[in-house]
Design a protein around this ligand. Structure first.
Ligand SMILES: [Zn+2]
Length: 155
């Protein structure tokens, strides 16, 4: 399930920070590869620590547990489970969507960490911890975590 993928070019991708748009951040080589896989291939990739074996999604350059440098990319199934969530029912000018909407932490299958994203195509009163989810990608993708429109219930 794991493989080493070719190195990516030095060109970096700038991204909107979810929930606080209009900020541009440099994602570094690891984050850039992660976003390019989403943009170009609709794939959410993990990265595996060579020391402790943990798989991180979203990926990072160094393992926060044992500080090893990571470079082994892991192909994931594309599905995951909800580990926590909140439903936003109030309106504030900085919110990225019109309430009510839900954010969640999704732990992709084979990963040891979770990623935050929106939940969609779901009754907000029927969201459950552990529910199976899969990403819905935007048609027009530009190298942002928001190229994933949201995660929807899956079987
Ligand atoms: Zn580690």
């Amino acid at each position: 399930m794991t493989q080493n993928l070719p190195e990516i070019p030095d060109t970096l991708v700038n991204v909107d920070v979810i929930g606080y748009s209009n900020f541009l951040v440099n994602t570094g080589a690891t984050g850039t590869k992660f976003l390019k896989e989403i943009r170009d291939n609709k794939k959410i990739m993990g990265i595996k620590c060579p020391s402790c074996g943990k798989v991180y999604v979203p990926p990072r350059l160094h393992c926060p547990t044992c500080f090893a440098r990571m470079s082994e990319w892991v192909k994931l199934s594309g599905k995951g489970s909800l580990t926590s969530y909140t439903v936003v029912r109030y309106e504030e000018p900085y919110l990225p969507k019109q309430p009510p909407f839900a954010y969640g932490i999704i732990q992709m299958d084979s990963a040891d960490t979770g990623m935050a994203h929106f939940l969609g195509e779901v009754d907000l009163d029927k969201i459950k911890i552990g529910m199976r989810l899969e990403p819905v990608f935007k048609e027009e993708r530009e190298g942002s975590i928001l190229d994933i429109d949201y995660f929807k219930p899956s079987s």
